[in-house]
Design a protein. Structure first.
Length: 317
């Protein structure tokens, strides 16, 4: 018989963490990893085994997991119920579903021992899995509302700082092609000034994964006070989404408090692509033809054929 196991902190009540009813299968391992500090010390041993060897756990018995974790079988059951599951089998089933969907965040963490090949595999696998998760939970009604608002814009202001500022710069370049004045100031003071000059015909796209950046929130409040329509691109329900007229929630398998926000940046760029593509389609054939001619001329310019008059694609100058 195993000796009594030491615990730290207050004992968990069954289902106290509630992950079983609140989280999808693709994010289960990531959530388990982040719950370590709220688990008993003995339950943390089980969590480490789950995170380290999920493919083994989905085929193991309670006794197998207990033996590998160095704990008793009741501790394995307490671990499952503390997370909100009815038992080991229900936890095992959701874990298996998550592995079938793809590689979760905790399995893509880069370690010093990883080879270049492993780093390539982990980053690609994590990126694909996380972007697919974002697609599946994306609220299409928010995308529709944003496209409608942008289609009638007389001016578009993009707001973003840090990594989100890179996304804002990319967005300005894309939307500038649609014959609508666009700006994406890189400085927080310039952003606030531009927001203060916004009007009812201005569409402000505020980009912040956390939705907590004070400079962005202040600029959004200034633009909102002037009647501008606010479109937020953010990672969850937060202060920014509350201030926005339209909130596009881009949920990725990532917590920017712990991980470099690479995936959220990729996901936000994809959203910008979606909005830009949908807006140009909505603007009608004349705008599409104008854009096509511009791109044909740009291709000539990029090749350096400065002495060859650009054509409209039909051979006519």
């Amino acid at each position: 018989m195993k000796p009594a196991e030491q615990t730290t902190g207050e004992a968990q009540q069954p289902g106290e963490l509630g992950l079983g009813s609140e989280i999808g299968p693709s994010a289960l391992l990531d959530a388990v990893s982040k719950s370590f500090g709220r688990l008993r010390e003995s339950e943390q041993k089980v969590a480490r085994v789950v995170v380290a060897a999920p493919d083994w756990v989905i085929h193991a018995t309670v006794a197998d997991v207990a033996r590998r974790s160095g704990v008793s079988e009741p501790t394995v059951m307490r671990f499952c119920t503390a997370l909100g599951f009815s038992g080991f089998r229900s936890f095992q089933l959701l874990l298996a579903q998550g592995l079938a969907l793809g590689v979760p965040a905790t399995q893509s963490v880069i370690t010093p021992a990883d080879s270049v090949a492993q780093i390539v595999s982990k980053i690609f696998a994590y990126s694909v899995t996380s972007l697919d998760h974002a697609r599946r939970v994306l609220r299409l009604e928010a995308i529709e509302a944003a496209v409608s608002a942008l289609s009638s814009a007389h001016e578009i202001l993009f707001l973003g700082l840090g990594t989100s500022g890179v996304v804002a710069q990319d967005a300005q370049q894309r939307f500038f092609l649609f014959d609508v004045p666009c700006s994406a100031p890189v400085d927080a003071h310039l952003q606030f000034m531009a927001a203060s000059l916004a009007g009812p015909d201005t569409r402000v796209i505020a980009i912040s994964h956390t939705g907590r950046t004070l400079g962005i929130l202040d600029s959004v409040k200034a633009a909102r006070a002037n009647g501008a329509k606010i479109i937020a691109i953010t990672g969850c329900e937060n202060r920014l989404s509350e201030l926005a007229d339209i909130a596009i929630i881009v949920e990725t398998l990532e917590n920017t408090d712990f991980y470099t926000p690479t995936i959220s940046r990729l996901a936000h760029l994809v959203i910008i692509d979606i909005l830009a593509t949908a807006v140009v389609v909505r603007r009608g054939p004349d705008k599409i033809e104008k854009l096509r001619r511009m791109k044909a001329q740009l291709a000539v310019f990029a090749r350096g054929d400065s002495h060859t008059p650009p054509t409209d694609g039909r051979g006519q100058a």
